[in-house]
Design a protein around this ligand. Sequence first.
Ligand code: PAF
Length: 281
Amino acid sequence: MEIIRQITLFKEKIKEARRLGNSIGFVPTMGFLHEGHLSLLRQARAENDLVVLSIFVNPLQFGAGEDFEDYPRDLERDAALAVSAGCDIIFAPATRDMYPKDYATFVEVERLTSGLCGASRLGHFRGVTTVVNKLFNIVTPDRAYFGQKDAQQAIIIRRMAKDLNMGLEIDVLPIIREADGLAMSSRNSYLTQAERKSATVLYRSLCLANESIAAGERNAGLIEQLIRAAIDSERLAHIDYIAVVDAENLLELDKIEKRVLIALAVRFGKTRLIDNIIVEV
Ligand code: PAF
């Protein structure tokens, strides 16, 4: 496995792969890999000739006061994990090469970006779509792999790829969870022991919602209240949002009648965690 930092050198590799007729599977990440990322890499390995992982902590998607500086970085550890999951090339560009001083171009998806995480992290999705667009242009993948944990991000990227005729397949793979249900995330490493214990309430509350819908509840407001009560019972948990929305267009629902996305963001100390489930009725 190779680690390439320079964009020009990396593009040479891609050109050669294309000359040989190889298909390219791409897993974009900000590093500090966990089982969730590795599941994407394994899927990419199974479906493509060349597997590329990008590691780039994208400053554009962090707001003022967010954790850009503190975001965990460990390339050596990531390289060992990536190779074990079948990665061929890690592309790890420098910020100055991705965003030189005179950088002036941004990509924005409307509507889908205004609610949920977009409401509390202004400009976040503009940063995500801009960097993913740039990465797609550099890597030119046939297939790109994202995790369902970032459900809103996945929907937005699918929209962008379709709207801009990018001609690649976007695959979204299931959330990988710890044994106690906590969704895997690089940010879990920030949690104190007490916060880590409290954070199990996220999946527990989503499971309660799922059970209630399975038992016939269709009132979205009541489902939201059920989740809120469960999370509020944890002293260390501070709710950012709980949303019961249409799983295709992210519009808020009064009544649960079709495929719904139940998504939430909750703070534990300085750590903001997200989680979600999709419920089919
Ligand atoms: O999901 C992430 O890790 C990031 O938002 C992504 C897609 C790599 C863009 O920086």
